[in-house]
Design a protein around this ligand. Structure first.
Ligand code: GLU
Length: 279
């Protein structure tokens, strides 16, 4: 089977050297006969995404010599796809509306010192999971904003145990419960990261999802969503995070390591491949 990989940046800042590593990693894995490399723009967060950063992604990748397939999928143009997936989960009784504000969630966690903790921090304490039908309906009717959360216990009971393959770490037993009742549709954006990325990888025929180790735990959830939605199951390769000289991860706010800055200060694409260790 030919390998289809993707690079899926969010246009919330200029690409930096860590992104170059990730893009070159994915590009290299697809560089075999029949391989395909896809670029996807993850721009569902309208408040943080900017057109100039999207233009910057095209500019920087072209300069690096990374060639992607057209047309590029821009998530903001596919809200209907995400809505249909949410409807499917909702019809299966796996979602519930959550009216909690961040403050309320924090207060609830503070009240229960043994509140469970996952890789992304405290888990949602489940306040809205057991609201009665009429209470939910009243809140919705009176216009209280709500997110849609996945009932993780129900979802896991439905799929039973799952596994997934990471090329670097081998066969994994999926543990999506460690993330708790995650938000699949946010109050301000009718779709969230986990849902969009999983559905898009399926719709775009991605066979090998490559991304940084910082998203390793998210894959447990993506494997669960694939099973619930009847999607293809790719393989994964979570790569190391490129670190600066002090051993810290590169951050978008550090302008000195953006590809734009490096280019303007005289670095060549070959310098970038050498800096990222791909030459
Ligand atoms: N859009 C995500 C980011 O920029 C990456 C998503 C993924 O590779 O799954 O961090």
């Amino acid at each position: 089977m030919s390998t289809v990989t993707r690079f899926a940046p969010s246009p919330t800042g200029r690409l930096h050297i860590g992104h170059a590593y990730s893009a070159l990693f994915a590009y290299g894995r697809a560089a075999k006969p029949g391989g395909r490399f896809i670029l996807r723009i993850e721009d569902i967060d309208a408040g943080r995404c900017r057109p100039e950063f999207e233009d910057g992604i095209y500019e920087d990748l072209s300069w690096l010599g990374v060639a992607w397939e057209e047309p590029v999928r821009r998530q903001s143009e596919h809200m209907d796809d995400y809505r249909a997936a949410l409807d499917k989960l909702e019809d299966g009784g796996l979602l519930y509306p959550c009216f909690c504000t961040r403050k309320e969630i924090q207060a609830e966690i503070t009240r229960s010192p043994s509140a469970p903790h996952g890789p992304e921090g405290y888990l949602y304490p489940g306040t809205c999971r057991d609201l009665g039908k009429s209470e939910r309906a009243d809140k919705i009717a009176s216009g209280v904003p709500y997110a849609l959360r996945l009932d993780i216990a129900k979802a896991c009971a439905e799929t039973g145990p799952l596994t997934w393959l990471d090329h670097a770490k081998g066969l994994q037993t999926a543990a999506p419960e460690t993330l708790g009742d995650i938000v699949l549709a946010r109050k301000d954006t009718p779709a969230g990261y986990h849902l969009c990325v999983t559905l898009d990888d399926h719709l775009q025929g991605v066979t090998l999802v490559t991304r940084g180790e910082d998203l390793f735990h998210a894959t447990h959830m993506h494997r669960l969503l694939q099973e619930l939605l009847g999607l293809n199951v790719p393989e994964w390769c979570h790569h190391k995070m490129l670190l600066d000289e002090e051993g810290r991860r590169f951050a978008k706010r550090n302008n000195a390591i953006t590809l734009q800055y490096l280019r303007e200060s005289g670095k060549t694409p070959a310098d970038i491949t050498a800096m990222t260790g791909f030459s």
